[in-house]
Structure formats: structure tokens, C-alpha cells
Design a binder for this molecule. Structure first.
Ligand SMILES: Cc1ncc(COP(=O)(O)O)c(C=O)c1O
Length: 355
């Protein structure tokens, strides 16, 4: 390592040779990553792919990944678009369908990126409040929106609406309905996904990600499922090489080891029950979760202090400092050990309120 790097760049990025990574010792339950590693097949495929072919551009349309995904999900490759995370797909959708003043509707509270992307496109934001049980708001369909978003299971609530409700919504909205299924693999009930409905509903777009159930948040891969016509339109808008070679390899290998993902999901579902039970014992209301996180509420009690104190103990959870959510925490389901540490810390705080 050159002395220039040691003195200058290393200081800038906080890198100290031989030291532990910066997040060592932190219990990170704030961004809904998977606590378990990706399949060993992913590592093997990546090792195999690290060779001289890295000088070549990747497949522009992710054909190999789309072919594998099509066979697993029972659709045609023409019904799939691959994105650099589902965040990129959300951005592509906005650029395809939303211009200045075009209405975009979604129930709130939900994933905050929808807001940001609408603002970038100068679209009209139509936020419809969820009812207390987080079912589809009656008023959502009637907004005449170019795009309607529904996150299912929803973040931050973790709640799930039924296929029947979604089908009704898709038939009632005037524009495109996007179902963001980032967390659907964690749903309690099988068959929660809207994916099979893309055949009957030409205005439906279903989004999936490899960041959660497949443990590949660092590789940035998402998929959109829709009619061939919509996918073709989205392809015109995306960057030519929106996914790099290694991400494509990793996602393909992950799909080829579904039992690994399913096993990790089962572990997370078990831990989710333990986390919810522990939080209930501490006096929280816990929303029924179908995701790899839970939302816990203490009515009318601002939980900022709890969040700050947990942070002081190097435990990160998600606190939303916005009206309606200040009495809530969103907590990612970590390993059983991480959950025990969190619950112990919260119990200690409950008893004497010292960090
Ligand atoms: C509801 C929802 N949609 C999409 C995403 C983005 O996922 P990706 O990592 O695929 O961009 C997230 C990430 O947390 C999310 O919570």
C-alpha cells in the first residue's frame, strides 16, 4: 500500500489497515437486510465469474437471468425486466408513466422512495391514508392516477392485503397499478403474490427484489413482471447496461438454489414470532407482520428516546419522525441472538430508563 494512500485516502474513508470493519459490534435492525448469507452457490458462481470476461459489457437485457426467472415464476422472459435493485425499477416506472402534474396515488404510511421519485418527476402526489387495519383504502382507486402504488406486504406496517382486494383495485384504477412485493417471500400465507395475475390484468406491474429474501442487498438486483408491452416500454427507458456482470451472475445463482432462500425465510418467520411475542410482553402493540420486520406501537408515546437509547447501545432500529408514526418503531428480524440482545436492552430500559 502506498504511503500516499495510508496518509490521505485511508484517513478520508476511515480505513485503518488490520482493523475490524466499522460496523463490527453493531446490531443493525434498521434497513431490513437478511441476517443470513446468500447461498453458497452464489459465492461459487461469483468466484467462477471473476475472470478476464470482466472486460466485456454485461448482457444489456439480462437474458440469462430473465430466462431462469421466467421458468421459476411461470411467466415468459418477455414479461420480465431486470433492474439495479427494485429502486431502479421504481425510477424507470416513474420516468415511463409520470410527467409534470400527472397524478400518482398510494396509501400512506408506506415506502418513502415513492414520494422522492414523484417529486423528481414533478408529478402530483396523492397520498391516501390507510385505515387502522391497513386494508386497501376505499378512496385509492378513484384518484384517476397515471400510476398507483401498493406496497404488499407494506412497509413500515408489515401488513398484507389479499389477492382479491388487489384484483379489485387493478380493475378499478384508471392507470397502471404497481404492486411492490419486496417482502412477499416472508408472507405467512403461501400464494400471497400477485404475480400470476399479470396474465389477466394488463395494467399490473409486480416488483420483486433480491435484497431481502435472497440476501443480496449488496448486489442490487430487482425484477419487474408485467405485460410484454409494458416491459418493452420500460426497456426503452432503462440504461443500456443497468446491471453489472457479477450482479447478474449472483442473482441467477440465487434463483437456482430456492431451497436455501426458503430455509432462511422459515428461520426469519420463526424469529419474527419470537420478536413479536417479546415486544408484546413489553407492552407494545405489534402489527401482524408478513415481512422481515415488525412494526411495534406504544399508543401516543413518542419513541424517539427509546430509539436514541438503543442507538447508544449500538442497536439500530428504524424510527420515523413524522406525524402518525412517532409512537412506532420498525424493527428488522435479525438472528435469534440479535433479537435477544434487543429485547434485553429494551427490558432494561423499561425498568430503569438508563442506557
Ligand atoms: C418496499 C420496498 N421496495 C423496494 C425496496 C428497494 O429494494 P432494492 O434493494 O431492490 O432496491 C425496499 C428496500 O428497502 C423496500 O422496502
Amino acid at each position: 500500500m502506498s504511503s500516499y494512500f495510508r496518509k490521505n485516502i485511508a484517513a478520508l474513508v476511515g480505513y485503518v489497515p488490520g482493523e475490524q470493519p466499522r460496523d463490527e459490534g453493531i446490531i443493525k435492525l434498521n434497513t431490513n437486510e437478511n441476517p443470513y448469507p446468500p447461498s453458497p452457490r452464489v459465492f461459487a458462481a461469483l468466484r467462477h465469474a471473476i475472470n478476464r470476461s470482466l472486460r466485456l459489457y454485461p448482457e444489456p437485457l439480462a437474458d440469462s437471468l430473465r430466462a431462469v426467472a421466467a421458468s421459476i415464476y411461470g411467466v415468459r422472459p418477455e414479461n420480465i425486466l431486470a433492474g439495479n435493485g427494485s429502486d431502479e425499477i421504481l425510477s424507470i416506472l416513474m420516468r415511463c408513466f409520470v410527467g409534470p402534474q400527472d397524478p400518482v396515488a398510494f396509501p400512506v404510511p408506506t415506502y418513502s422512495l415513492y414520494d422522492t421519485l414523484i417529486a423528481i418527476q414533478q408529478g402530483e402526489r396523492i397520498a391516501v391514508d390507510y385505515p387502522a387495519d391497513f386494508s386497501v383504502p376505499e378512496a385509492l382507486a378513484a384518484q384517476n392516477a397515471a400510476l398507483t402504488f401498493l406496497c404488499n406486504p407494506n412497509s413500515p406496517s408489515g401488513t398484507l392485503v389479499s389477492l382479491h382486494e388487489i384484483e379489485r383495485l387493478a380493475r378499478a384504477v384508471s392507470g397502471i397499478l404497481v404492486i411492490d412485493e419486496a417482502y412477499v417471500d416472508f408472507a405467512e400465507s403461501e400464494g400471497a403474490s400477485t404475480l400470476p395475475l399479470i396474465r389477466q390484468l394488463p395494467n399490473l406491474v409486480v416488483l420483486r427484489t433480491f435484497s431481502k429474501s435472497f440476501s443480496l442487498a449488496g448486489m442490487r438486483v430487482g425484477l419487474a413482471f408485467a405485460s410484454e408491452e409494458i416491459v418493452l416500454g420500460m426497456m426503452k427507458v432503462k440504461d443500456s447496461y443497468n446491471l453489472n456482470r457479477l450482479s447478474l451472475v449472483a442473482a441467477t445463482a440465487a434463483l437456482q438454489d430456492m431451497p436455501w432462500m426458503v430455509r432462511n425465510v422459515a428461520r426469519i418467520q420463526r424469529s419474527r414470532r419470537q420478536l413479536a411475542a417479546g415486544l408484546k410482553k413489553l407492552g407494545f402493540y405489534v402489527y401482524p407482520s408478513h415481512a422481515n420486520f415488525v412494526m411495534a406501537r406504544k399508543r401516543e408515546q413518542n419513541l424517539k428516546e427509546v430509539y436514541e437509547k438503543l442507538k447508544g447501545r449500538r442497536i439500530l432500529v428504524r424510527y420515523f419522525d413524522i406525524p402518525g408514526l412517532q409512537d412506532c418503531l420498525r424493527i428488522t428480524v435479525g438472528t435469534p441472538r440479535e433479537i435477544r440482545s434487543l429485547l434485553n436492552a429494551m427490558e432494561a430500559m423499561e425498568n430503569n430508563w438508563t442506557p
